[in-house]
Write a protein that binds this ligand. Structure first.
Ligand code: COA
Length: 190
């Protein structure tokens, strides 16, 4: 995962073991009582998802500065991920509004850890009008299913501590803090 392709903030790293496909991970791809479905990302979804980019990063990187170049890099990274077997992209689609959210998960190798194959949740987003309906959770679990299907035994993600909705979602889904990424400004004369 590169910082450029991840929307997650740099404050805390959460992780959870993927031991058995039980509990919440058993929930269907269609949130209960909803006509919204979760399906694989298709090339035709790129433009819509790139449109989410600014808000995703704005809410996850304090001091985020948007640029055309950054958005273009994100688009390119999505296109590359679409053709990579170790990258999972899924969208939530409403019959009336089209794509209303997405998740991006990658599977990578950590040769120095007991859980060598890990899923990395790189992006998770639901449009404001559809929040609080269980879609974020459904997308997260779809990402976890992809990771498990690719032999991952743990899933990790980064989230900004100030993003309380996302932190609450991850904690309720079984994630806990494993590492802190710390920052401080060092402006001033060298
Ligand atoms: C974070 C985000 C994906 C959550 O999506 P969502 O569809 O609203 O989440 P859900 O409805 O599935 O909520 C699942 C759980 O998360 C928690 N949660 C979600 N939103 C919350 C909020 N605003 N305040 C407190 N808890 C919240 C709750 O525990 C909730 O479970 P409950 O409804 O049973 O109480 C969405 O707010 C979003 O897209 N935010 C902008 C992008 C972003 O920050 N992405 C995460 C990057 S790290």
């Amino acid at each position: 995962m590169t910082a450029q392709t991840s929307s997650m903030g740099l404050q805390i790293v959460l992780s959870r073991p993927l031991i058995t496909p039980s509990g919440h991970t058993e929930r269907a791809s269609r949130p209960a009582g909803s006509s919204i479905t979760v399906r694989r990302f298709a090339p035709g979804d790129i433009e819509r998802v790139v449109g989410f980019h600014r808000e995703i990063y704005g809410s996850n990187f304090p001091g985020f500065v948007w640029s055309e170049q950054f958005a273009s890099d994100f688009e390119q990274a999505l296109k590359t991920a679409l053709h990579s077997p170790s990258e999972g992209l899924f969208v939530a689609e409403s019959p009336s509004r089209g794509v209303v959210g997405f998740v991006w998960v990658g599977v990578s190798l950590r040769s120095h850890c007991r859980d060598r194959i890990v899923g990395v949740i790189k992006d998770l987003y639901v449009i404001p009008e559809h929040r609080g309906q269980g879609l974020g959770r459904s997308l997260l679990y779809e990402g976890e299913r992809f990771a498990r299907a690719h032999s991952a035994t743990r899933v990790v993600l980064e989230v900004t501590t100030a993003n309380t909705a996302a932190v609450a979602l991850y904690e309720s889904a079984g994630y806990h803090v494993e590492r802190h990424t710390m920052e401080k400004p060092i402006e001033g004369p060298a």
